[in-house]
Design a protein around this ligand. Structure first.
Ligand SMILES: [Zn+2]
Length: 78
């Protein structure tokens, strides 16, 4: 099963690029196929995708404009 393991390492590595939208369509298809065939990689993908959504939402919702303004002013003072 060494070959399968290699596929997984490659797939997990590519996942990050996939999530960042840096992959070609061809590679996305290959990864999608691997994710469908390989539950561990599929779960890793779900987790990463979910994590990014959560982070994106938290960043939008929980950074109050006052804080952004305060950080900007702090930076200006340097
Ligand atoms: Zn895999």
């Amino acid at each position: 099963m060494a070959e399968d393991k290699g596929d997984c390492v490659e797939a997990v590595h590519l996942l990050y690029h996939y999530l960042d939208g840096e992959l070609t369509t061809e590679r996305r298809v290959l990864i999608s196929q691997h994710l469908d065939d390989c539950p561990p990689c599929g779960q890793a993908f779900d987790f990463e995708a979910e994590l990014r959504v959560v982070i994106a939402q938290k960043c939008r919702e929980e950074v109050p404009p006052e804080l952004v303004e305060r950080v900007r002013k702090a930076l200006e003072q340097e």
